[in-house]
Design a protein around this ligand. Structure first.
Ligand SMILES: [Zn+2]
Length: 248
């Protein structure tokens, strides 16, 4: 129970990092070196402002210095990360899998927030997800040349969607950030799970796209969140491929 609480708090802290990184990476601000500041009044944040969730609640969702509203998105992201970390701990205990998948969660969350906010998947996300995938296969004992097959198929498919669609329709369906993500996801996924991943990503894409339009956010919709959630489900819930065996 104590362990679970510690894991949850770790999740909250990494959630803070996610909000910071997903805000800074797309606009090229150093994530590590520059201290936290209020984007409205540039005031440097003190210790009192840096407690995940609690700072937001106690400040009433406002900056202490300029009273600019702080989006409820920040504590939500922190809570979601805490919950996902706890879920991984309950499932895998304090194992290498938990640490690797927690790293994956952090990168996928940055990707989701950055894509929703800026229509960008920062390259740092791919740069970190790639070695994590190799580490994951190593720990699982599945590090074999077969992963190159997944990489090749997914890259080819993404390039086909990227160039084929813009050739036929004159606009882009799959941005280049998504193409790079397909390539990296191909390394994470074993070859046999790829159809499940594509099905899930497509289904989630349709649902999220409809919500996006219902919210009046425009015709162009970021595909990154659907891809990220589909990959997480396929990796953290390998059973899904048995349940969904009808599409294989
Ligand atoms: Zn401020």
């Amino acid at each position: 129970m104590i362990e679970l609480l510690i894991v949850f708090v770790f999740g909250l802290v990494f959630g803070s990092f996610i909000t910071c990184a997903s805000y800074r990476l797309p606009i090229d601000i150093d994530v590590i070196k520059k201290p936290s500041y209020c984007p409205s009044c540039q005031a440097k944040l003190g210790v009192r402002d840096l407690f995940p969730v609690f700072s937001w609640i106690f400040s009433g969702g406002k900056c202490r210095h300029c009273t600019a509203k702080i989006s409820v998105r920040y504590p939500m992201i922190e809570l979601a990360t805490g919950v996902l970390f706890s879920f991984l701990y309950l499932r895998y205990g304090l194992s290498p899998q938990t640490f690797i998948l927690a790293g994956m969660v952090v990168m996928l969350m940055i990707m989701i927030v950055a894509d929703l906010e800026h229509f960008i998947i920062p390259d740092s996300v791919h740069v970190i997800l790639l070695p994590l995938a190799l580490l994951y296969h190593y720990v699982q004992g599945t590090l074999s040349p077969e992963i190159l097959l997944g990489f090749g198929v997914m890259t080819a498919l993404a390039l086909l969607l990227h160039y084929g669609y813009s050739y036929l329709r004159g606009r882009t369906m799959l941005g280049f950030g998504d193409v790079k993500f397909f390539a990296v996801a191909g390394i994470w996924l074993s070859f046999s799970v790829i159809p499940v991943f594509l099905f899930l990503a497509g289904a989630l894409g349709i649902v999220l796209g409809l919500i996006w339009r219902a919210l009046g956010k425009g015709q162009v919709f970021p595909f990154g969140p659907a891809l990220a959630i589909a990959l997480f489900i396929c990796i953290a819930y390998p059973q899904i491929s048995n349940i969904m065996s009808f599409i294989k």
